[in-house]
Design a protein around this ligand. Structure first.
Ligand SMILES: [Zn+2]
Length: 152
């Protein structure tokens, strides 16, 4: 086979909201791949990275809690688009505000302002962040809606 199927540089979206990216292997200096996963794990937003070099066999994994850093988050947004969570009318403003405050690290005033905003949008972010927040709000008895943001 002489076909030259080059993998385009930059992150590629794959199944389950993960990203595969290229990174130079520290051990052998060849190009290896890093898979970045992100999402809701039992109510906690988590991210994990899995590195594997097919040239020398080096592998490592790491994981983290909370929102992604700006750079990988921007790649995630670019790959899967921007999403939003909307609450039409809160069943319990008290409960909804409590969830928003804890999840988004907001003070009381900011969380109430978010909930009372006429757009109904309480959060805009990556698909995984929206799924996570939607689930937290559902657990608190709310019926949030999630959709892809039309702004691109
Ligand atoms: Zn290597």
């Amino acid at each position: 086979m002489t076909g030259n199927t080059r993998v385009p540089t930059g992150a590629q979206p794959v199944a389950n909201g993960t990203l595969v990216d290229e990174r130079r292997c520290r051990a052998c200096s060849q190009i290896a791949s890093v898979t970045l996963g992100y999402g809701d794990v039992y109510g906690t937003l988590r991210s994990w990275e899995s590195f594997y070099c097919r040239h020398c066999g080096m592998r490592w994994e790491s994981d983290d809690i909370g929102f992604l850093q700006a750079e990988p988050r921007a790649r995630m947004l670019a790959a899967y688009g921007e999403w939003m969570v909307r609450i039409g009318r809160a069943q319990s403003a008290f409960n909804a505000v409590k969830v928003l405050r804890t999840a988004l690290d907001l003070d009381l005033i900011a969380a109430y302002a978010l909930l009372k905003h006429e757009s109904g949008i309480v959060f805009t972010g990556t698909i995984q962040e929206c799924e996570w927040l939607k689930r937290l709000l559902e657990k608190a008895g709310e019926s949030p809606a999630m959709s892809a943001s039309t702004m691109t």
